[in-house]
Design a binder for this molecule. Structure first.
Ligand code: SF4
Length: 695
């Protein structure tokens, strides 16, 4: 007889409520949307519903694996693996110091309330601060601006979807990616509601991303920062700033000076939008009864993500839409936001052999990982990758693979032996989200309908899979450190009971609650600036952003000098992938999910004499890859697109992925000193100049 248990999906920020059916043998026989979930109410997507296939995948790593001298892998016992890893870490630290050890945390760590804290504590116990995260590839710009403006990487004001009259969405594709820093089920449906009540839904994207809702202004890639500056400039010149909003900006003159250099008529040829359209966008935003704005990975992953996100806050504030109904509003949280990791002033920056930058949320720039691995004076000698696949997720391509292969110790903790794992000394099998308990910490503060949800383990870990917290506690103990989050500790209560108490909750009450869910009272707009900033104002000239402003001015001139036919490569999200995480799911490899073609519009295809399905070479100063062309007129002229997370030709541990390998588009991403945003550590993974030719 099967049983049914409620849980929630941990693949993306929606966190859809799901119901699992489990048979007497502990197999999960079915996964379906939870219609009775009080918030997600039956919403779920194809990817989440296929997570069961990952749980049961026979290609999963179910026992620790050790790489033999001939490059093949053999199962080893946990004790042998942990003893050897601990001994080798200890020897490296003894000889070279703790900073010779680094850690990489992949995106799924964000949806795992215990893995990140356990890994972070372990690295702290070792004495190293060399931590890399997937955030430097997709969202550290938001973390940096959260820290600058509101004191925490995790404080963000979200569009008031239920009341807004006008929403501006830059670089976001809610149909495919759902929400990011905006945790809402059925985001396309929510946008349609805005339109249905007479509101404006306006996308800004190089690609026509949404077929059914709103309009899309097709911008040139990586230029959103100039559009936002031009909109602010235009509003200041004509409609005027909202007086109350303007009174909340200290040193408004400095902001005016910056945006004044980017009037619509100057910006138009750079952003590829005519000046009249920019002025209309500005006036309609300023004059709407209420207006809200949101930007996401399409902007984050360019070169100006931090400055663009800051300007977006200023646009909202200076039109009177910050913290008001229908504007951008704070949401109630059940857990505490992390404190600032580094000061927002000049002291928060570090001078390093690879340049000066500010480690956002303590994280290092991913674009420097290859440089740090191969450094002659301070190399990283041991790397632990948890729930990550840095070989495919960051730039570097083949040279990065060589650097990984040259490490004294590479350990991956993951579901699969992925592309990075193929180069590892040890691959340690991680329990998945059906096998561990969890709390939806990451989405706290970004939910229009706020709630916390606990999920217990539904089934026993298959094989010898272990939770990350158990793995790091065992390693810590072997290295002489206390296993703070060992198997006997109530880790979630230790970390979160204090904050939950402010909501009248505790881990005990959540574990007893229906579905583990506790709804939180929404925060009424009003008073946010007084509560959050020292004197109720925000700085119009933050020193932290000086390098970003300077970079924006320099790159504007650089872009103005580019050839008019310069192609720019953007990333394209699809409903078949989540980064590199679902590459071994056979059912996602049908049709368009089989590989990652190069998309380009018919006009560019004609100019380059490329036909649909033809093999093409895509290259630039950083690398060269080959793919098949697919003509797609949702792209604007001059823009080509590929999906990242592919490149599994050598990934024997994921046979399905290896049969549908695609190519690693991040081989074309800029890496090394000077190629990342020093304010946020963000890599450039979109808007990359490339050449395309038929082969
Ligand atoms: S929308 Fe996100 S959270 Fe919901 S089922 Fe899909 S992947 Fe999972």
């Amino acid at each position: 007889m099967s049983t049914t248990r409620a849980t929630y999906c941990r693949l993306c920020e929606v966190g859809c409520g799901l119901v699992a059916e489990i048979d007497d043998d502990g197999a999960i026989t079915r996964l379906r949307p939870d219609k009775d979930h009080p918030v997600t109410a039956g919403f779920a997507c194809n990817k989440g519903l296929l997570a069961r296939e990952i749980h049961h995948d026979p290609d999963r790593v179910d026992r620790p694996q050790h790489r033999r001298p001939d490059g093949t892998f053999a199962d080893v016992s946990w004790d042998d693996a942990l003893d050897d890893i601990a001994a080798r870490l200890g020897a490296i630290i003894e000889e070279h110091g703790p900073s010779a050890v680094a850690m990489y945390l992949g995106n799924p760590t964000a949806f795992n309330a215990t893995a990140g804290p356990a890994g972070g504590l372990f690295l702290l116990q070792l004495g190293s601060d060399r931590i890399f995260t997937a955030a430097a590839q997709d969202c550290a710009n938001k973390f940096a601006i959260g820290e600058l403006m509101w004191g925490s990487s995790q404080v963000h004001l979200i569009p008031d979807l239920a009341r807004t009259d006008h929403i501006l969405l830059l670089g976001t594709n809610p149909r495919v990616s759902k929400g990011s820093f905006l945790s809402v089920p059925d985001p396309v449906g929510r946008l349609a509601e805005i339109e249905a009540r007479g509101g404006v839904v306006r996308f800004v994207d190089p690609r026509h991303v949404e077929p059914n809702v709103g309009e899309t202004i097709q911008i040139k890639p990586d230029t959103d920062v100039y559009l936002l500056a031009a909109m602010l400039c235009e509003i200041d010149r004509h409609a005027g700033f909202d007086p109350d909003g303007a009174a909340r900006v200290s040193d408004l003159a400095a902001l005016r000076s910056f945006i004044g250099a980017f009037p619509p008529e100057r910006v138009a040829p750079i952003v590829g939008i005519d000046a009249t359209t920019i002025t209309t966008m500005a006036s309609e935003f300023a004059e709407a009864p209420s207006a809200s704005a949101h930007l996401s990975t399409g902007v984050n992953m360019g070169r100006h993500g931090a400055l663009a996100y800051w300007l977006l806050q200023m646009l909202v504030l200076l039109t009177g839409n910050l913290d008001r109904p229908g504007g951008n509003i704070p949401s109630t949280r059940g857990t505490q936001p992390a404190p600032r990791s580094h000061e927002p002033g000049p002291d928060g920056f570090q001078d390093t052999p690879w340049g000066r930058y500010r480690p956002t949320s303590g994280g290092q720039p991913g674009a420097l990982l290859g440089s740090m691995l191969g450094d002659s004076e301070h190399p990283i000698r041991a790397l632990i990758s948890m729930a990550g696949n840095p070989l495919l997720s960051i730039g570097g391509g083949e040279p990065l693979a060589d650097a990984f292969a040259g490490l004294e110790l590479l350990v991956t903790v993951d579901y699969y032996r992925n592309a990075t794992g193929e180069l590892a000394d040890y691959v340690l099998p991680a329990a998945d989200w059906f096998e561990r308990e969890d709390l939806n910490t990451f989405v706290q503060g970004t939910q229009p309908e706020p709630y916390v949800q606990w999920a217990g383990p539904l089934v026993e870990p298959r094989g010898e899979r272990r939770t990350e917290r158990d793995i790091f506690a065992a390693l810590a103990e072997r290295l002489g450190h206390p296993p703070v989050f060992g198997p006997d500790a109530d880790m979630l209560a230790m970390l979160y009971d204090g904050a939950l108490a402010e909501q009248g909750l505790s881990m005990t009450s959540l574990r007893d609650a229906d579905r583990g869910v506790a709804l939180l009272a929404p925060t009424d707009p009003g008073g946010f600036l007084d509560r959050t900033t020292a004197d109720g104002t925000v700085d119009g000239d933050p020193a932290m952003l000086e390098p970003a402003r300077r970079r924006a001015v320099e790159l504007f001139d650089e872009m103005a000098a580019e050839p008019t036919d310069q192609l720019k490569l953007i990333t394209r999200r699809t409903s078949h992938t989540i980064n590199s995480a679902m590459q071994n799911v056979e059912r996602l490899k049908k049709g368009a999910g089989a590989d990652n073609p190069l998309y380009l519009c018919a006009a560019d295809a004609g100019r380059l004499a490329i036909t649909d399905g033809a093999k093409v070479r895509v290259s630039n100063a950083y690398g060269s890859i080959e793919a098949f062309a697919r003509v797609d007129d949702t792209l604007r002229v001059g823009v080509v697109a590929m999906t990242h997370g592919f490149g599994n030709v050598a990934t024997t541990g994921q046979p399905v992925a290896q049969r549908f390998p695609g190519v690693n588009v991040n081989a074309l991403a800029p890496v090394g000193p000077g190629t990342f945003d020093p304010v946020s550590t963000m890599s450039q993974l979109t808007g990359i100049p490339v050449e395309v030719e038929a082969v």
